[in-house]
Design a protein around this ligand. Structure first.
Ligand SMILES: Cc1cc2nc3c(=O)[nH]c(=O)nc-3n(C[C@H](O)[C@H](O)[C@H](O)COP(=O)(O)O)c2cc1C
Length: 350
């Protein structure tokens, strides 16, 4: 398909309406800022911000913004292919929905947890990709994720609870028909879990190996920010990592994920699937993460906003718009397929 600008204009005007509606529903916790960069909501947790100073969220946005691309238009690439296979499934795009849990806690009950999870996962399914769902201090959160997975497919992401509690969550995910299962290992110190009597903990490689062996589903470890943890994830037998700082919500003052991704990719690319998130706001951002070494990306806040403003339809539209922008960016950098996206796409000062 050639890049179609009139279709894109229509999509953008509909997305603007969705964002307007979302703003009415989400205010004050999320102002749906023109640039979702973590500055206005810094420190607002519960809410949509990053923890503490908000630096982790802000760094994600700024790190991606600092990446520059080589514009190349003398070539034959006109219709890039952005399809891929992930966890044994064919996906239409290298863009997945990130898990967002706690609509009540974080955005004033803008919609019910069940409606929200279903919108996120069903919208992803309609766009030909996969959405993830979260877990949290109240059973309602994981229950809502599983109910949505049952209807729309997708990937539940459980908190790093005790081993037995995680395996119990795995069993329920398997029964629900999940495509894979995640653990957000960066939630190991999450205060709202411990304060609500839901203990979480860091895991050893042996514990992670035991968990990977406890399920037939591919295991995704979300929240990897160092080469050492990425190598440990490989040793544990995980199928994938998400290079992520939890949208800046786990530990204050973490670097932007685009800053740590190249070293992680240099160490483990090809041995484990590399997903990355944090600050993806456009198809160009997707291209940047892919060029820095990711196999696919997750999108968090923009999809949450689309879900609140437009339900599953809003999420589908947002994902399709990102996919279209990615195709356009691939035309403008001369990449015919995802395997052709590499360091040559990145501009570096001589
Ligand atoms: C309100 C909110 C709730 C979140 N809940 C979860 C969760 O339950 N599990 C999880 O792994 N990550 C959770 N995250 C982190 C996202 O999955 C993702 O890593 C992050 O939002 C990506 O950054 P972006 O929002 O800039 O795209 C949450 C993020 C937000 C903003």
């Amino acid at each position: 398909m050639r890049y179609n600008s009139s279709k894109r204009r229509r999509q953008l005007s509909t997305l603007a309406e969705i964002r307007k509606l979302a703003r009415q529903r989400l205010m004050p916790p999320c102002r749906v800022c023109p640039a979702c960069d973590g500055r206005v909501c810094a420190g607002e947790m519960p809410g949509m911000g990053g923890v503490g100073s908000g630096a982790g969220f802000i760094n994600n946005f700024q790190a991606l913004a600092a990446v520059r691309l080589n514009l190349r238009t003398i070539h034959t690439v006109a219709s890039p292919d952005i399809a891929l296979s992930l966890f044994g499934k064919g996906l239409a795009m290298p863009i997945l929905g990130a898990p967002i849990g706690g609509v009540k806690m974080n955005v004033n009950d803008a919609m019910s947890e069940e409606e929200f999870c279903l919108a996120m996962l069903e919208g992803a399914r309609q766009a030909g990709t996969l959405g993830m769902g979260g877990d949290g201090p109240f059973p309602l959160l994981y229950n809502a994720t599983l109910a949505a997975v049952r209807q729309a497919g997708g990937i539940p992401v459980t908190k790093p609870r005790g081993q037995e509690a995680i395996v119990a969550h795995f069993r329920r995910a398997e029964e629900a028909g999940a495509a894979a299962i995640g653990i957000d290992i960066d939630a190991a110190g999450l205060l709202n879990m411990t304060r609500n009597g839901q203990p979480v903990e860091p895991k050893t490689v042996d514990q992670l190996r035991e968990l990977a062996a406890a399920t037939p589903l591919p295991l995704i470890l979300k929240g990897v920010m160092t080469v050492e943890d990425a190598q440990a994830a490989c040793r544990a037998g995980a199928a994938a990592i998400v290079v992520s700082n939890h949208g800046g919500r786990a530990l204050d003052h973490t670097p932007g994920t685009a800053e740590v991704l190249p070293a992680i990719a240099a160490a483990v690319k090809g041995r484990i699937t590399i997903l990355a998130d944090g600050g993806v706001r456009s198809g160009t951002d997707v291209l940047k993460f892919l060029a820095l070494g990711a196999d696919a990306v997750l999108v968090g806040r923009p999809l949450a906003i689309a879900a609140v403003g437009g339900g599953a339809e809003g999420v589908r539209l947002m994902l399709e718009t990102l996919a279209e922008e990615l195709r356009a960016a691939m035309v403008l950098t001369g990449c015919n397929s995802l395997s052709e996206v590499g360091p040559q796409v990145l501009w570096r000062r001589e």
